[in-house]
Design a protein around this ligand. Structure first.
Ligand code: ATP
Length: 519
């Protein structure tokens, strides 16, 4: 990771901790690797993101319903889904540093570095030739660029082949042939590449009774497939229809060093859409567009998102893309959209012996529906929101240098909607402020603060992303108006107390936020 990007991630991690968003798990015991706890503001943000996702998928779509299935599932589910045999990552150890890596990620990072080199050459060329710079020509003629491009193509084609063939020896050879080193220490002393299953196991029942092995689910999707019949029958669902679920998933990730981007316990928001075979590509495109719109609706800027087509399709998929987000560590997967054919339901038919089919009255026949899946990580979304909304602004005034840190979180998602402050802690101002708090707290998550100067209280709310700060002052006692300060513009206006609920609602309304998707 480039220094600047690393610094940005460090800042986000420190900010998330300082302002009660995300803490390392069991911190008083020095933390537990790749496990995190959400604090008082983090949980609010996370709940709001869940609400945004849930309502956009379940409420806005007449033919989608939600469920909440258990984390434990029958062990045969994971045999049928392929996870017992194939939910593996290629693992490699460095013999000197004793650090463990994913071989595929080492190679992908290596390719990303070559791409960076090409971009640097282009920037150099642009500086050198100024207005006469012809990027297209430069990319096709500059000897340095051509050398990098050739190498990239070479590594890339060997890598894709190795991943598709599950060829661990070839992954090892690529690492050795290109001298890919341990990113932490530079050592090239590697072990061979091995497969590592990512599922956590535990037991049901005591050992004496002959315990049964069970798994912590590595994805929420299977809970949807095994409930396909139940939901279809009880909900009188007709294809095409979808089932959505939000819940915890567990993966024993080999390398988990990027904050909540890669955790061992995390949350997913998944939707499986069951369609008539042959129509899956239309639906795949539809969901790709809709999900992209969902992300862009947060208003952080289109340039932060890109679509990445999968090079290695899972054997059962006939199309797959990732929506990537520009995290502080670079563009990385935030959400996957996959056309999974009839693989999952057919597998469960085979392993359970139950028919998992839909009778299509228009075609007058039964079939196993095809599935288009949208699968997004909740924690990654929270990280995306924190990193896109984090801003340091120079607010120096009259020779005094000052920066303010502000989280410009979309108001509908902000953890605290408004904070209420008495200007001073006397003359009845706290009582009035508390009354306002009481008037608002059944509708919004509002905060009350009376400690520190008003300036400091504003800064604290900016750092949490609170859209409005409301100050009760002496004028309030005379005319029942308060000062409302806007998080983004820092402008202040006087507002009658009885107008506050409506004013806040207009700004933070989830309904309005959703309406922008409802096209
Ligand atoms: P990656 O390639 O980054 O490991 P994946 O392709 O295995 O991810 P999926 O199985 O498609 O991920 O899971 C769907 C979504 O769940 C991902 O897009 C991501 O947002 C989230 N996710 C997956 N693994 C983790 C994890 N270890 N920590 C946090 N979120 C995760």
């Amino acid at each position: 990771m480039a220094q600047q990007q690393e610094d940005k991630l460090k800042k986000i991690i420190a900010h998330a901790k300082e302002y009660g968003f995300i803490f390392p798990s069991s911190e008083i015991y020095d933390g537990l690797s790749a496990v995190y706890d959400y604090g008082q503001n983090g949980v609010e943000l996370k709940n709001n993101v869940k609400e945004y996702w849930w309502k956009s998928m379940v409420y806005l779509n007449e033919n989608i319903v939600g469920i909440d299935s258990a984390i434990f599932m029958h062990p045969r589910v994971w045999k049928a889904s392929g996870h017992v045999d194939a939910f593996n990552d290629p693992l490699i150890d460095n013999k000197d540093s004793k650090r463990r890596y994913r071989a595929d990620q080492l190679i992908e990072d290596y390719m990303a570095r070559i791409e960076e080199k090409i971009l640097k050459e282009v920037a150099k060329g642009r500086r050198k030739f100024g207005d006469d710079f012809d990027e297209e020509k430069f990319l096709n003629t500059n000897p340095n660029v051509l050398r990098h491009k050739k190498k990239l193509e070479e590594v890339h084609s060997r890598y894709v082949r190795a991943m598709n063939d599950n060829d661990l020896k070839e992954l090892y050879n690529i690492i050795i042939d290109y001298g890919i080193a341990d990113p932490e220490t530079g050592s090239k002393n590697w072990t061979e590449v091995r497969q590592f299953n990512l599922m956590f196991e535990t037991q049901f029942g005591s050992v004496a009774e002959g315990a049964n092995k069970v798994y912590l689910r590595p994805e929420t999707a299977q809970g949807i497939f095994v409930n396909f019949l139940n939901v279809m029958k009880t909900g009188r669902m007709r294809v095409p229809f979808g089932i959505a679920q939000i819940g915890k998933a567990f993966r024993n990730e080999i390398v988990a060093r990027q904050f909540v981007f890669r955790m061992r316990e995390f949350e997913q928001m998944e939707m499986q859409f069951f369609v008539r075979p042959g129509t899956e590509m239309e639906w795949f495109d539809y969901w790709k567009q809709f999900r992209l719109l969902w992300h862009k609706n947060m208003g952080f800027g289109e340039e932060l998102y890109r679509i990445h087509e999968h090079e290695k399709l899972a054997h059962y998929a006939n199309a797959a893309v990732d929506i990537e987000f520009r995290f502080p560590m670079g563009f990385k997967e935030l959400e996957g959209i996959h056309s999974r054919t009839d693989f999952d339901l057919s597998q469960h038919e085979k392993y359970s012996g139950k028919k998992l089919q839909y009778f299509d009255p228009e075609l007058d026949k039964s079939y196993v529906p095809y599935v288009v899946e949208t699968s997004i990580g909740l924690d990654r979304t929270v990280l995306a929101i924190l990193s896109a909304s984090y801003r340091e602004e120079d607010v120096s005034d009259k020779g005094q240098t000052e920066t303010r840190v502000v989280l410009s979180i979309p108001p509908a998602l902000a953890p605290v909607k408004a904070a209420i402050f008495p200007l001073v802690r006397r003359d009845n101002l706290p009582d009035v402020a508390r009354k306002i708090h009481k008037m608002l707290h059944t509708r919004f998550n509002v905060a009350y603060e009376e400690k520190d100067s008003i300036g400091k209280r504003y800064r604290r709310q900016d750092a949490i992303g609170t859209p409005y700060s409301i100050t009760v002052d002496y004028q309030t006692l005379e005319d029942n108006t308060v000062t409302v300060r806007d998080r983004d513009t820092m402008e202040q206006q006087r507002v009658p107390i009885d107008r506050l609920p409506q004013m806040i609602e207009e700004r933070v309304s989830m309904a309005k936020f959703l309406e922008q998707l409802d096209v």
